[in-house]
Design a protein around this ligand. Sequence first.
Ligand SMILES: *Cc1c(COP(=O)(O)O)cnc(C)c1O
Length: 364
Amino acid sequence: MRAFVEVNLNAISNNIKLVKSKTQAQILAVVKADAYGHGLIPVAKCAVDAGATWLGVALLEEAILLRKAGIKVPIISWLTPPSSDFKQAIELDIDLAIPSLKHLEVIVAAGKALGKKPRVHIEVDTGMTRGGLLGEWPEFLIAAKGADIEVVGFWSHFARADEPDEIANQSQMLEFESKLAQLIATGITPKYIHLANSAATLTNPNSHKNIVRLGIAMYGLSPDVNTLGSSQNLELEPAMTLKAEIHLVKRVPAGSPVGYGGTQTTLRDTKLAIITIGYSDGIPRNASSAAGVFAAGRKAAIIGRVSMDQFVVDLGADSNAVAGEIVEVFGANGYSIDDWAAASGTINYEIVTRIAARVPRIYA
Ligand SMILES: *Cc1c(COP(=O)(O)O)cnc(C)c1O
């Protein structure tokens, strides 16, 4: 096969069970962005089997796909702009975030039109200055009182949870508690309180409340390799391996310029391999001349620029790699997802989510 992603569902299951063993909170498995590129439905089912009792997605479309696949656990969709099909969401028992007065208004209206109370999670901005109620909070407290909604949850999001010693985390927690107390004082007591992403789940038990929203860690990746250490340090097992086929192998003399722009030239007589995956598949063009593949038992570095559908690696003159062979682009043997992230100046989250839909996902 030309190129494919192997997803190790066992690893995802183990990562969830590890976190579950360390918290009293329920686990919400974050499966937005096609489960961080791992495949929405298979990962969601695996997460529920492993003990996750909630699912979380950004888009309503993602939540609808989960319901249509027959998944029954509570699902929160938290990035639903005012034009979203809230009626369908309410019909399908999809929990909605309320991050503004406008959202309260349109969600209440959809519930009225349907004759069914929307299930909502009130989202407060506690210092990230992105989603959630901020300046509108006092007005919201008045508007929410007596509104036709079932307030299931109250939540916020950390900006700097991957820097556990950062004081901003403490101030966000204080702000969170204070707004929760104000909500309760108006007579609204949400059953579920949630704040922690993976980094907070791994480093800050005080932030767990009664649900933790587990994203990157369930895929076996570290929220930040610099501050929290590698997957291995965190005892997490990366679930995604990317593989591609060798299109052809050729011998070239020293001094051959390789690829567009001839940005790199062979320094010796060597063998090159063309790998059948490129930037349209999600291989970062920025990784040109960095990262590489694991072929015939050893690392082979990219030489020259990554092209749209292919890139070239230097195998070395004595390599045994042959055309038709499947090599590991990232995985447990050669270059890791974190190596590719470092080589292209980004984070592991982006490496896994950018692998294109044209690359099939295979489950083991
Ligand atoms: C993506 C996301 C998460 C998960 O973050 P990780 O760092 O991947 O654990 C949690 N909560 C919200 C609201 C998110 O958007």
